[in-house]
Design a protein around this ligand. Structure first.
Ligand SMILES: C[S@@+](CC[C@H](N)C(=O)[O-])C[C@H]1O[C@@H](n2cnc3c(N)ncnc32)[C@H](O)[C@@H]1O
Length: 261
């Protein structure tokens, strides 16, 4: 790899969406099944905090849902809105902070599936997020929140992941790896890179960021402290709606299905 460009991978929505956008069906089907199983009343209006490129949002729009979302990254939001418009839907993503936002009209359900929540660096932000997401939902509305928990000791089991995706002559290899966990400070360092191959250029985008760590007990405390949600069910990243999981000290990937009180 000849050239390395340092910076946030989220600033490259075309590459992000190629890698992560190809992996949508299991999440999409799981979320749909979750709404059918756990939501009282119909899911018509959906909100995605930290929506990124909206890889799930536009699929839900195409299935007839009203969708909206927010994200801190203006480039991801522009990409998301351009695609929604291309398919004939409103440009309903906004640049915003998931720790502090309001909506004009309440939603039936919200979802946030792949660790974005762990970008929130403090308890105050995490609590703010749960409170404003709850305020964006109708009573009984669902929030489906997926993240990796950090085991109490040792290295996280899933401490390296890689994916590859190709469209036409563009190929992107993506890698994420844990660079260390500080449980006291509740921080996990994560390295991320995209190796991008085009017919004329090959380069690496590289980034390092911190994710906040959570044990199941810390998540439960936070959810209780929000006073806004109850935990309805827990699943893992197998996305099997008929196979809820009981979280123990070894469980790492978890999807909390929360219901707004
Ligand atoms: C792993 S990506 C997930 C994007 C999208 N939810 C998906 O499933 O593809 C994480 C996203 O969180 C966004 N993000 C990080 N902190 C945020 C915050 N405080 N408010 C809103 N978005 C945030 C990033 O800009 C990035 O787009």
């Amino acid at each position: 790899m000849q050239e390395t460009i340092a910076g946030s991978l989220y600033d490259y929505p075309k590459y992000y969406d190629l890698v992560f956008g190809s992996d949508w069906l299991a999440e999409y089907e799981f979320l749909t099944a979750c709404f059918a199983k756990h939501l009282k009343g119909k899911a018509k209006r959906l909100f995605e905090p930290a929506c990124g490129t909206g890889r799930l949002m536009y699929r839900f729009a195409r299935a007839g849902y009203e969708v909206a979302g927010n994200d801190l990254n203006a480039k991801a939001v522009a990409f998301c809105n351009a695609r929604l418009k291309r398919y004939g839907y409103p440009a309903s993503a906004v640049v915003g902070d998931m720790a502090n936002f309001t909506v004009k009209k309440k939603y039936d359900a919200a979802f946030n599936t792949i660790n974005s929540f762990r970008h929130l660096a403090t308890e105050e932000q995490a609590l703010g997020h749960l409170k404003c997401t709850a305020a964006a939902l109708r009573k009984g509305g669902l929030y489906v929140l997926g993240l990796h928990l950090t085991p109490p000791r040792g290295k996280p089991e899933a401490d390296e992941e890689s994916w590859a995706a190709q469209r036409g002559q563009l190929c992107v290899l993506s890698k994420m790896w844990s660079t260390g966990v500080d449980r006291r400070e509740r921080r996990e360092g994560v390295g991320m890179c995209f190796d991008v191959y085009t017919p004329t250029r090959t380069f690496r985008l590289a980034n390092h960021c911190d994710f906040r760590t959570y044990s199941n007990a810390q998540m439960q405390e936070l959810i209780t402290a929000s006073r806004a949600f109850e935990i309805v069910e827990t699943y893992d990243f197998a996305y099997e709606i008929d196979e809820p999981v009981v979280i123990d000290s070894k469980t790492e990937d978890v999807i909390y299905v929360l219901r707004r009180k």
